[in-house]
Design a binder for this molecule. Structure first.
Ligand SMILES: Cc1cc2nc3c(=O)[nH]c(=O)nc-3n(C[C@H](O)[C@H](O)[C@H](O)COP(=O)(O)O)c2cc1C
Length: 204
């Protein structure tokens, strides 16, 4: 009964934010190439600046990316976008179904590219949208791939209504030797103007 209520709640949230997510996805898909080359540029400048912080994020429709960019600009961190080797469809319903299937099967979608010299970073900010009450499975690929022992890991997420859910505890168990801090949740509606919330969180 409890599980049915939870699944129903998730569905209500999904439908509430479907229109917004789809619109943003279309905008984002039209500028994918530019974003990719930005990411590579940001990444290559990291060695020159010697920065010790890195923002890693996955974003399907652009909300989490806004937050990632805000963190990057306020911390002068390097930035790496998690880009799936097989791109997700731009169609909301298709992605909703696929995301559920990936969660059900424990999939590990392949990440395109990799982070060079992750050892150089002391603080890693990791951001994602909440998908079906959890991190998208490609985040599990990320945590499987990189050993973040000894680092501070700060999670941030955007979602239609769910908070960070169990993701902080999940990452604590995936990275038992990292210091996982209190995470930041920003609702989809507020994600286009995240600077104040990000600033407060960073100060904390
Ligand atoms: C596949 C999928 C599953 C989602 N599941 C949830 C959910 O369980 N709870 C919720 O509040 N929002 C859910 N959402 C809404 C997203 O978390 C929200 O729109 C988020 O801000 C999108 O971030 P992005 O633009 O960075 O991709 C879901 C969206 C998608 C596409």
């Amino acid at each position: 009964m409890k599980k049915s209520v939870s699944i129903f709640t998730v569905f209500v949230l999904l439908f509430s934010f479907a229109a917004c997510g789809n619109h943003a996805a279309n905008e984002r898909l039209s500028s994918t190439s530019a974003e990719k080359s930005d990411t590579q540029n940001d990444s290559s400048s990291s060695a020159e600046t010697g920065s010790k912080s890195l923002v890693v994020y996955f974003s399907w429709s652009g909300n989490t990316e806004n937050v990632a960019r805000s963190i990057q600009s306020q911390t002068d961190a390097d930035i790496f976008e998690i880009v799936p080797a097989v791109p997700y469809s731009g169609d909301y319903d298709t992605v909703v179904d696929l995301a559920q299937e990936e969660q059900r099967t424990g999939a590990r979608p392949v990440i395109s590219g990799s982070i060079e010299n992750i050892e150089q970073y002391d603080i890693i900010y990791v951001g994602f949208p909440i998908w079906w009450g959890d991190m998208p499975m490609i985040l599990y690929t990320f945590f499987d791939t990189y050993d973040l022992s000894g680092k501070t890991v700060a999670l941030f997420c955007t979602s239609g209504g769910s908070g960070l859910s169990e993701t902080v505890n999940e990452v604590k168990s995936l990275e038992p030797n990292a210091a996982v801090t209190e995470g930041l949740h920003i609702s989809s509606d507020s994600s286009s103007n995240p600077d104040n919330a990000v600033s407060e969180w960073l100060n904390d």
